[in-house]
Ligand binder design. Structure first.
Ligand code: SF4
Length: 319
């Protein structure tokens, strides 16, 4: 690892997508390494602007669908670095969008696993709440049950501001361990039990994010198990389409299966949202994180027709 910089320096490689919905910013953390943040603009949602912030430099969770799956190390960002990243992203974002980013959500859902850095993430959230320039805070986690238990002991006024999202992606333990090796030995039942307590305590439904991967987690058996995985009173489900990253042959599911999941989950009483695909053409979408040697040419690869048509029919978008 190269020499660490005292302050994270924004590179000049900012990317803005063609439809004005997303920007991606890269920051040098050392002479050899970069991390990125993104800002999404989702006009039909509240809050309309979302900053996706990393929580660590690198990640050791090796999720198969993620741009960071081959990284072998993770280093926690400290409070000063986290606040600096958010400040700089907001400032550059406002210049690029030529607007104040308001109302704004900050989500720890970029590079790294936020709960592995809970000692810095919680004080950062506390500071952001006190500053009161942020409308919502998001945390997206793969759900270490022990770290989830620690969340239950943070002050209630902080917990109740957090939109919590579990990267579930499989309804069976063995399948989840295969596609998300960092979850090995954690049982989905334990994770859901902890999340249910948090949902009740914070009075906010927890999001279960499910990326539909063709031939991997989109079978009828997976759907049947997903339907029964949690209580719709305390959870909602976000169905996501795969955002491509280099060097993987994973494919997103087809629109017919996406429709079936959407329909059956709704029938079961779940609120179902569709994951936003904003920014995927500039590698600012979910999972497209980490240093990328080239921007993938996705001009011919739109998100499955089903996702757009569900949105057209009123399904709400989620990040
Ligand atoms: S999806 Fe998140 S937890 Fe999984 S490897 Fe990527 S950054 Fe880490």
């Amino acid at each position: 690892m190269g020499k660490r910089f005292p302050k994270l320096i924004a590179t000049s490689d900012n990317q803005k997508d063609q439809v004005g919905r997303a920007i991606r910013l890269d920051f040098y953390v050392s002479e050899l390494d970069e991390i990125d943040t993104s800002v999404l603009y989702l006009p039909h949602r509240h809050p309309q602007y979302v900053i996706c912030s990393p929580s660590q430099i690198g990640c050791v969770m090796r999720c198969v669908f993620c741009g960071l799956r081959d990284r072998k190390s993770a280093e926690n960002l400290n409070i000063v670095q986290l606040l600096d990243l958010i400040d700089q992203t907001k400032e550059i974002g406002e210049k690029l969008f030529q607007k104040e980013l308001k109302p704004l959500q900050v989500s720890f859902m970029g590079q790294g696993e936020p709960l592995s850095n809970i000692e810095n993430i919680i004080p950062t959230i506390e500071y952001l709440i006190k500053e009161s320039t942020i409308s919502e805070i998001g945390i997206s986690t793969i759900g270490n049950p022990i770290r989830l238990r620690a969340l239950l002991s943070i002050p209630k006024y902080i917990l109740s501001t957090i939109r919590l999202q579990l990267s579930l992606h499989a309804p069976m333990d063995d399948l989840r361990w295969r596609i998300m090796p960092g979850t090995k030995n954690w049982l989905i039942g334990d994770v859901i039990e902890r999340l249910e307590k948090i949902a009740k305590m914070s009075r906010k439904k927890v999001c279960l994010n499910y990326i539909l991967l063709k031939g991997i987690n989109d079978s009828v058996d997976c759907l049947d198990r997903l339907i029964n995985i949690a209580n719709p009173n305390n959870f909602y489900i976000k169905l996501s389409v795969l955002n491509e990253v280099a060097h993987t042959n994973l494919e997103s599911t087809n629109s017919e299966i996406l429709f079936r999941f959407f329909r059956e989950l709704k029938k079961q009483g779940y609120k179902v949202k569709i994951g936003s695909s904003a920014g995927r053409d500039i590698m600012a979408g979910c999972g497209q994180i980490g240093r990328v040697p080239t921007i993938l040419d996705l001009s011919n690869r739109t998100c499955p027709v089903g996702a757009n048509s569900l949105i057209d029919q009123g399904a709400s978008l989620s990040v």
